[in-house]
Design a protein around this ligand. Sequence first.
Ligand SMILES: NC(=O)c1ccc[n+]([C@@H]2O[C@H](COP(=O)([O-])OP(=O)(O)OC[C@H]3O[C@@H](n4cnc5c(N)ncnc54)[C@H](O)[C@@H]3O)[C@@H](O)[C@H]2O)c1
Length: 302
Amino acid sequence: MTQPFNRIAVIGSGFMGNQIALQCAAGGNSVCLHDAREVALENSVVCLSEFLDRMIDDGCAVADQRQSILDRIRRTSALAEAVTDADLVIEAVREDLAVKRDVFHQLDELCPRDTILATNSSSIRVSRIESATKRPGKLLNTHFVQPIWKHPFVELMRGSSTSDETILAVQSFMTSIGVIPVLVRKPSTGFIFNRIWRAVKKEALKVVDQGIATVEDVDRTWMIQMETPMGPLAMMDIIGLDVVRDIELVYHEESGDPADAPPQVLLDKIAAGHLGVKTGQGFYAYPDPVWLSSDFLRQASP
Ligand SMILES: NC(=O)c1ccc[n+]([C@@H]2O[C@H](COP(=O)([O-])OP(=O)(O)OC[C@H]3O[C@@H](n4cnc5c(N)ncnc54)[C@H](O)[C@@H]3O)[C@@H](O)[C@H]2O)c1
């Protein structure tokens, strides 16, 4: 019989950490949000508020609970304070194995013995992190996709020794916060969805990199054929081009295949400081990218 979680800590108050914190708080939990950078914690005040407004607009949170949801989220730059009494810690720092291993090593030292530690990594299996801790039975991947409230599923994947009790407890928790826990039944870099998304992402980047089509025409063809509100390159702008590169680097490092290296067009954008929506420029210019214009699907690139 597993105990319900009450206190959640989220490590990394970036794009995903803020959404995870909100989803947990909207589910009635007390959340402590930690980031190593004070500025990220300061930015998260606005970020949480904006995400919550979108959740309310989308009918995924109730307006008169707005303040109580925000009040359930504390912020601290002191890791020990964030996790001292946590039942579950969800890590959402940058996609870098060494950074994640270091965070997990510290979490193992600071958290109560029974605390479950999860990583929101997009591509790193928790089995590559577990030797940084002494609690392999209490570790797992919990991969959320964005925006969480509109795409409410999370992929759960075991490490080499994750206990059934850990999986059951996290499945039950995710259900309690309105997120469907999908179990990845074998070790899989990229879980389920990201393996499929990666194939699309990689080919979309290659088609642009090789000069075969414009960014706009790649997205246009995808949007018309798949009847989606955005194409793969616009989606990468939302995710963050640096995040996309870091994920590709994990696959490349694992396979050693030169075909898996991030394409030059992606590296050039990053070198120019064009990281997508968060910097106002990526494959498109924001806040009013052309792919959102009403006639985008009615004209091809010249
Ligand atoms: N962006 C997406 O759409 C998406 C979707 C699913 C999963 N993910 C995964 O979630 C994780 C976070 O991605 P993101 O897009 O939120 O990144 P982000 O760059 O927006 O945020 C990362 C945050 O982690 C903080 N950080 C870095 N090192 C830290 C440390 N040692 N201790 C504490 N805080 C630290 C940074 O200051 C930053 O605020 C990554 O593993 C990524 O692969 C991202």
